[in-house]
Design a protein around this ligand. Structure first.
Ligand code: NAD
Ligand code: IPM
Ligand code: MN
Length: 355
C-alpha cells in the first residue's frame, strides 16, 4: 500500500481545532482509496515559542524535511505580538518555511458555490453569476523578503523582483490558465512601482509562449474594485507576494468566508505546504466554531499535488460541496445554521463514506 508521510503543524488559535477535522477527513479518504497517510505532528509558531522558546524548532524543521508534504494550520496571535518582530510566529516560522523549501508558488482557488450565492456579501445580482478564480501568488520574493530597517524615527521595507522570479511564477499562471478558461489577469502597480514595470514586461514576454491564453494587465486598485463589481471577468489572477495576499482575502470574502479558502505552496517538485489562506482567528479560537473547510480543502490539495491522489482529492471536494449545498455550515457563513467545527468534519466524512 502506498504510504505518504505528512508533517502536521497545527500551530496557534483555531489551527488545532480545524486541523483535527482535516485529519479525520484524510483518514476517511485513505481508507476509501486504499492508501496510508502517516501523520506526525510538531509544534510551530506561538505554541513552539511557549514550549521551546522558538517558533520553528530544529526538530520541527527536520520533520518537514523528512516528509512528503506539510499540512499547516495557522500561526500568530495577540499573545506573541509584544515579542521583537523577528521572533514573532509569522516571521520566525511560516516565512522561513516558505523560503527554506523555495515554495515560490502559492495557489489559492476561490469559488462561489451556486448553492449559497446569496450568502456572499456581494450583491445577489452579481454573486448568482458565480465565481471561479485561481489566484497565483508569488510567495518567496517581493517586499516580504527585501531588506528592512528601523531607526527611532523611521522604518523601511524594500521590494525587489528579479526577472527569473517573475518568469517562473508567470509560467505557472499561464499553464494553469491553459487548463481552465485561458485567461490571465496580471496585477501590478506599474504606474508607480519599478518592480511592477519589470513585472509587466516579463509577464508580457512570457505570454508569447502561451498564444492560446489571453493576457490582461490591471492595476491593483482597479482589480480590488473589479473583483467586487464583477468577479466573473477573471480566470487566473497573477499577483506578486503582497498583492496576492490582499486580493486572496478579498476572494475568500466574496466566496462567503475566509474559512473556505485553501492554499497550496509549491516549488515545482512534489513537495508542498498546504494551509488555509486565513489565520489563527484569535477572536473565535477555543470555541469550537471555526470553519474547518479551508483546512480540509488544503488537505485535498495536498493529496492532489504532493501525492497524485486525484480521486481522493476530488472525493473531498465533492463532499465539501455536498455539505455546503445541504446548509451544513459554520456561523461565519450562516449564523442561523447552528453547526460547529466538528459537525462540519463529521458531515464531510459521512459524505465521503456514502459516495
Ligand atoms: P485571521 O484570518 O486570523 O482572521 C480574520 C477574520 O476572519 C476574523 O474575524 C476571523 O474570526 C475570521 N476567520 C478566519 N478564519 C476563519 C475560519 N476558519 N472560520 C471562521 N472565521 C474565520 O486574520 P487576523 O485576525 O488578521 O490575524 C490573526 C493572526 O493570524 C495574526 O497573528 C496573523 O498574523 C495570523 N495569520 C496567520 C496566517 C497563517 O498562519 N497562514 C494567515 C493569516 C493571518
Ligand atoms: C497568508 C498570511 C501570511 C502572509 C502572514 C501570516 C505572514 O497572511 O498566508 O496569507 O502574509 O503571507
Ligand atoms: Mn494573508
Amino acid at each position: 500500500m502506498k504510504t505518504y508521510n505528512i508533517a502536521v503543524l497545527a500551530g496557534d488559535g483555531i489551527g488545532p481545532e480545524v486541523m483535527a477535522e482535516a485529519l479525520k477527513v484524510l483518514d476517511a479518504v485513505s481508507q476509501k482509496f486504499a492508501f496510508a497517510v502517516k501523520t506526525q505532528s510538531a509544534l510551530v509558531g506561538g505554541a513552539a515559542i511557549d514550549a521551546h522558546g522558538e517558533a520553528l524548532p530544529a526538530a520541527t524543521l527536520e520533520l518537514c524535511k523528512q516528509s512528503d508534504a506539510i499540512l499547516f494550520g495557522s500561526v500568530g496571535g495577540p499573545k506573541w505580538t509584544s515579542l521583537p518582530p523577528a521572533q514573532q510566529p509569522e516571521r520566525a516560522s511560516l516565512l522561513p518555511l516558505r523560503k527554506t523549501f523555495d515554495l515560490f508558488c502559492n495557489l489559492r482557488p476561490g469559488k462561489i458555490y451556486p448553492a449559497f450565492a446569496d450568502l456572499s456579501p456581494i450583491h445577489p445580482r452579481t454573486s448568482s453569476l458565480g465565481m471561479d478564480i485561481l489566484c497565483v501568488r508569488e510567495l518567496t520574493g517581493g517586499i516580504y523578503f527585501g531588506e528592512k530597517g528601523r531607526t527611532d524615527t523611521a522604518a523601511f521595507d524594500t521590494q525587489t523582483y528579479s526577472v527569473a522570479e517573475i518568469e517562473r511564477i508567470a509560467r505557472v499562471a499561464f499553464e494553469a490558465a491553459g487548463k481552465r478558461s485561458n485567461k490571465v489577469t496580471s496585477i501590478d502597480k506599474a504606474n508607480v512601482l519599478a518592480t511592477s514595470v519589470l513585472w509587466r514586461e516579463v509577464v508580457s514576454r512570457i505570454a508569447k509562449d502561451y498564444p492560446a491564453v489571453a493576457l490582461d494587465h490591471m492595476y491593483i486598485d482597479n482589480a480590488a474594485m473589479q473583483l467586487i463589481r464583477s468577479p466573473q471577468q477573471f480566470d487566473v489572477l497573477l499577483c506578486d507576494n503582497l498583492f496576492g495576499d490582499i486580493l486572496s482575502d478579498e476572494l475568500a470574502a466574496i466566496a462567503g468566508s475566509l474559512g473556505l479558502l485553501p492554499s497550496a505552496s509549491l516549488n515545482g517538485s512534489n513537495f508542498g505546504l498546504y494551509e488555509p489562506a486565513g489565520g489563527s482567528a484569535p477572536d473565535i479560537a477555543g470555541q469550537g466554531i471555526a470553519n474547518p473547510v479551508a483546512q480540509i480543502l488544503s488537505a485535498a490539495l495536498l493529496l492532489r499535488f504532493s501525492c497524485g491522489e486525484e480521486a481522493a482529492a476530488r472525493a473531498i471536494e465533492t463532499a465539501v460541496e455536498q455539505s455546503l449545498e445541504q446548509g451544513i455550515v459554520t456561523r461565519d457563513i450562516n449564523p442561523a445554521a447552528g453547526y460547529n467545527t466538528r459537525d462540519i468534519g463529521d458531515a464531510i466524512v459521512r459524505f465521503i463514506q456514502a459516495a
